[in-house]
Write a protein that binds this ligand. Sequence first.
Ligand code: E4P
Length: 218
Amino acid sequence: MKFFIDTANLDQISEAQQLGVLDGVTTNPSLMAKEGITGKDNILKHYVDICNIVEGDVSAEVVSTEFDGMIKEGEELAELHEQIVVKVPMIKDGVKALKYFSDHGIRTNCTLVFSAGQALLAAKAGATYVSPFLGRLDDISTDGLNLISEIRLIYDNYDFQTQILAASIRHTMHIIDCAKLGADVMTGPLSVIDGLLKHPLTDIGLEKFLADYRKGNS
Ligand code: E4P
């Protein structure tokens, strides 16, 4: 399972990279705004800065909602750096854009996916990644994990190569459950990745080991 961090914060991206388990980064316009990154030049520069920190794929989202605009933006984003994956929303022009990018060798991440039907369309259009938003489904009392399992079944039935990128991850159990269900990638905040580390028995056990060591070696 690949681990992506879902942020545009360079310090957090560096921290996750230093942990040695990071495979990529996802961003979106809200995450860029949260870091105060505005204006086209600053936004493009920020994507390059992220690519220079990590070794894996970096999703950069288009903000156009019609085909021609998405193609222009996506081609510009893809030219920025070989690690860039163009993030495209699951709307009709987005599906057309996914197909165009796929035909032109540009890797894509289809975002804002909330149903198996949308995921099937994204795969048919040749998306590199599909991003089902687990947490936002859970937020409206719908089982986000069930969607991951449906997409896994459908993609396996037809051997689609589109990778399932479990997004909108809110807590550590989302990661564990997605791993059990065979999601190819998860993207979440640093706090959730760090959360995987924690177990009280680890802390208690280490404290005891070190106390016993000190007894015989002081
Ligand atoms: C995915 O690529 C999105 O950036 C992200 O996971 C959305 O998560 P949220 O629902 O926590 O905003």
